[in-house]
Write a protein that binds this ligand. Structure first.
Ligand code: AMP
Length: 216
């Protein structure tokens, strides 16, 4: 049966970094709706055109765009896939619709794992974040530097600052997180599937704690 792990936590908590490490080390697939949307914007697809103005403001992209993307992904995924959802669901409507999609595709949400990080750490991480616009690999100037400054370890292309990592947009994204996404922690708590993980330390430590939470 297809198994979904939902990663919750503020922007900058490390959802993408941890999910991509776990995916690299095994058979699970990292599903980042943010990365899928950035790719759609880059390619000028209809979903990308619909999403861009919301992303630039740090707002949530309308639910139907996301639900189409996730519906297609589940329809195409192998029946025994293990999917690590990073950035979806992001509000209660999406969480409810995910349950409907899960039933339709014979999948299950196995766990929701909340990566807990204090706001001071989140702000430091987002401020120093650098990303590869070509392969999507994520770095941090102080805590997770590339081997050569400004160059992607994975594909050798120049690193960039994400458009929405500007200070004003970071502030807006954190407000949106608190208003819309944080209530999902209580939502998943009620399902009995929620696990909390302290993700304020080094990447390797967070990866190990998340793996334990996935398996317990
Ligand atoms: P992320 O890479 O997860 O920080 O996502 C970057 C941006 O993509 C967000 O600030 C939103 O504008 C948009 N986005 C990603 N996932 C979702 C989602 N599940 N619902 C709405 N908007 C999303």
């Amino acid at each position: 049966m297809m198994k979904i792990f939902v990663f919750l936590g503020a922007p900058g908590a490390g959802k993408g970094t941890v999910a991509s490490r776990i995916a690299e080390q095994g058979d699970a697939l990292h599903v980042s709706t943010g990365a899928m949307l950035r790719e759609a914007v880059k390619n000028g697809t209809p979903a990308g055109l619909a999403a861009k103005s919301y992303m630039d403001k740090g707002a949530l992209v309308p639910d139907p765009v996301l639900l189409d993307m996730i519906g297609e992904l589940l329809a195409d995924a192998p029946a025994d896939a293990e999917l690590l959802f990073d950035g979806f669901p992001r509000n209660e409507t999406q969480a409810e619709q995910l349950e409907a999609l899960v039933r339709k595709h014979g999948a299950t949400v196995a766990r929701a794992i909340c990566l807990d990080v204090p706001e001071t750490v989140v702000l430091r991480r987002l401020g120093g974040r650098r990303v590869c616009p070509v392969c999507g690999m994520v770095f941090h100037v102080e805590t997770l530097p590339p081997k050569q400054a400004g160059v992607c370890d994975g594909c050798g292309n120049p690193l960039a600052i994400r458009d929405d990592d500007k200070p004003e947009t970071i502030k807006r994204r954190l407000e949106v997180y608190a208003a819309k996404t944080e209530p999902l922690i209580a939502w998943y708590e009620k399902t009995g599937k929620l696990r909390h993980v302290d993700a304020s330390g080094e990447v390797d430590a967070s990866v190990a704690l998340v793996r334990d939470a996935m398996a317990d």
